[in-house]
Design a protein around this ligand. Structure first.
Ligand SMILES: Nc1ncnc2c1ncn2[C@@H]1O[C@H](COP(=O)(O)OP(=O)(O)OP(=O)(O)O)[C@@H](O)[C@H]1O
Ligand SMILES: [Mg+2]
Length: 285
C-alpha cells in the first residue's frame, strides 16, 4: 500500500517492506537510526493495513512526556487534535475517544491493560518503541503480549522498534521474527575545538561561542552547561545579551534532561530550564 506523507522521512524507504512483513508474519523487529521516523511515522503507516481494519494500534513509550509528544505529533500530521485518530493514555491524563485508532501508552499502563484483558480485544498490533532502553515494564509487556499472541491471539501483531537494538537477539525471542532495517540518513559532523580561557566565566564564553556559531552557520544551536549552578548565570535571552548578529533573533526554550535528576520533578524542570538554553532562529531561506 503506498504511503503518502507531506514531509519525507528516512523510514519511508522501508515502510512497504514493513507492510509486507507484517502481512505475512505476526511479529517483526524494526531497527532504524534516531530521527528516522519510527515513533511518529510507523504507527500512522500501519493504520491502513488490512489486519488493522477497525482495530487499534497500541504504541508503548517508556516515558509519559514521549507518549504525549508523539501522540501530539502524529495527530498534527493528520491535521487533527490528540484524542481523535491518535490519542494517548498516561498516568495523570489521557486523551482518547471512540474514534481513536492509535493509542500511545506508557509501558506501565500497558502492563495493567493486558493483565485486565489478556486477549487484547480490539487491538490489532502492539508496537514496542525505544525497546533498547529496556525496563522491567517493557520486558513484562513484551512477555505478556507474546504470551497472548501464542495462546490466544495469533492475529495480534507485535513490532519491536529501536535505534540501537541488536535486532537478531530480540527477533529470536519473537520466534525468529524478521528484522527490517532502515539505513536512515547521515549528516557530516565537524568538531571545532574553541578552547577555554581560564580567566573568564564559562557562561560568558558559552554566550560568545554561541554567538560566533550563529554568525558562522545557519540553523539553531543546542547548548549544554556543566551543572545547575552555572545555569543560574545570566543567559543570552535577547539578541543584545548574546551579541547576536542583527539579522538573527534569539529565543530560549526549555528541555528536560538528566543532570538534575535528583531534584523533585518541578524543581528539576526549572533547574534544567536554566541549565540548557536553545536559541531558536528563523529557518534559513
Ligand atoms: N513534535 C515534533 N515537531 C517537529 N518535528 C518532529 C516532532 N517530532 C518528531 N519530529 C521529527 O520527525 C522526525 C522523525 O522523528 P521520530 O521521533 O519519529 O524518529 P525516531 O526514529 O523515533 O527517532 P528516535 O530513535 O530518536 O526515537 C525527526 O526528524 C524529528 O525531528
Ligand atoms: Mg522514537
Amino acid at each position: 500500500m503506498p504511503h503518502q506523507f507531506d514531509s519525507p522521512l528516512p523510514i519511508d524507504a522501508v515502510l512497504d517492506e514493513l507492510d509486507r512483513t507484517l502481512d505475512r508474519h505476526n511479529a517483526a523487529v524494526l531497527v532504524a537510526p534516531p530521527g528516522a521516523g519510527k515513533t511518529t511515522r510507523v504507527p500512522l503507516a500501519l493504520l491502513d493495513a488490512p489486519w488493522a481494519k477497525g482495530k487499534k494500534i497500541i504504541v508503548l513509550e517508556p516515558r509519559r512526556i514521549a507518549a504525549r509528544a508523539s501522540a501530539e505529533r502524529m495527530a498534527k500530521t493528520l491535521r487533527e487534535r490528540p484524542g481523535e485518530t491518535v490519542g494517548y493514555r498516561v498516568r495523570f491524563g489521557s486523551k482518547v475517544s471512540r474514534a481513536t485508532r492509535i493509542e500511545v501508552v506508557t509501558e506501565g499502563i500497558f502492563s495493567r491493560q493486558i493483565l485486565d484483558d489478556p486477549e487484547l480485544n480490539g487491538v490489532a498490533a502492539v508496537l514496542f518503541d525505544e525497546f533498547h532502553e529496556r525496563s522491567l515494564d517493557a520486558d513484562l509487556g513484551l512477555a505478556l503480549a507474546r504470551d497472548a499472541q501464542i495462546g490466544l491471539r495469533e492475529d495480534l501483531r507485535i513490532l519491536v522498534m529501536s535505534a540501537t537494538l541488536d535486532g537478531a537477539r530480540v527477533a529470536k525471542l519473537l520466534g525468529d521474527a524478521p528484522v527490517v532495517e532502515s539505513e536512515g540518513r547521515a549528516f557530516p559532523v565537524e568538531t571545532r575545538y574553541v578552547g577555554r580561557k581560564v580567566d573568564a566565566p564559562v557562561e560568558r564564553q558559552m554566550a560568545e561561542t554561541i554567538a560566533t556559531a550563529l554568525r558562522a552557520d545557519a540553523g539553531s544551536v543546542l547548548a549544554f552547561l556543566p551543572g545547575a549552578a552555572r545555569s543560574a548565570a545570566p543567559r543570552p535571552s535577547s539578541p543584545s545579551a548574546c551579541t547576536m548578529p542583527r539579522s538573527r533573533s534569539c529565543r530560549c526554550s526549555v528541555r528536560s534532561t538528566p543532570p538534575c535528576r535528583t531534584a523533585p520533578s518541578r524543581r528539576r524542570r526549572r533547574a534544567f530550564a536554566r541549565w540548557c538554553w536553545r536559541p531558536r532562529l528563523p529557518r534559513p531561506r
